[in-house]
Ligand binder design. Structure first.
Ligand SMILES: [Zn+2]
Length: 206
């Protein structure tokens, strides 16, 4: 495969990009001044060097001081009794923007497809269980998945797994899901601040 095809294949792995659009990107790059390609190479290199995975919430974050925790997890003033589980890194950004949550987060890294035989290999369920077990101050785990079939499937699996935790069985830790407000089929990423605020406020204990 030549560099043109290789790059087009890479662009195709981006969300929402089909083969024609991927080729258009490559044509744009090869017909642009060489400075654009050089800048892109340098920027990607820098992005690689400055991106780290947070040891606690597992999201990726920009860092340049070898920090192990992202800004949210490193903030001691947040509410350690709350842990909100989201599917993807970008869900954190919209929830933070809504200004309605001040606890900590955990990023599952995706959702569980229907009929998936090994859900714990698909997303970070074992890491979530570990996080819950090693957080003595934790009182509530809020599961915030998209209101899609796959999101609901993921919520069901998480509830089943987490209900087995001794702290949940003894009632010292609660599980909840986002309340009404987020419509069926709606994704957290595209929800507005008011919707998220009311969904968090009206969360339902499971
Ligand atoms: Zn973090």
């Amino acid at each position: 495969m030549d560099a043109f095809q290789n790059l087009a294949e890479l662009f195709r792995t981006f969300p929402g990009i089909g083969p024609r659009q991927a080729e258009r990107f490559v044509y744009h790059l090869i017909t642009s001044p060489v400075e654009l390609r050089t800048r892109l190479i340098e920027t990607l290199k820098k992005l690689n060097e400055e991106t780290a995975q947070c040891r606690s919430c597992l999201r990726y974050f920009p860092q340049n001081h070898n920090a192990e925790l992202c800004a949210i997890c490193a903030n001691p003033n947040r509410d350690a009794s709350l842990l909100l589980v989201v599917a993807r890194d970008r869900d954190i950004t919209v929830i933070e923007k809504s200004g309605s949550y001040d606890g900590y987060y955990f990023v599952l890294g995706g959702t569980i497809p229907i009929l998936e035989k090994n859900p714990d290999d698909t997303v970070r369920v074992p890491a979530l269980v570990k996080r819950a077990q090693n957080s003595p101050q934790l009182k509530e785990i809020i599961i915030a998945m998209n209101q899609t079939t796959e999101g609901e499937n993921t919520t069901d699996h998480l509830l089943r797994t987490l209900k087995g935790l001794p702290a949940v069985e003894s009632g010292t830790m609660h599980l909840s899901t986002l309340g009404r407000g987020i419509a069926s089929g709606q994704e957290i990423e595209y929800s507005d601040g008011a919707t998220l605020r009311s969904a968090l406020k009206g969360r339902a204990q499971q």
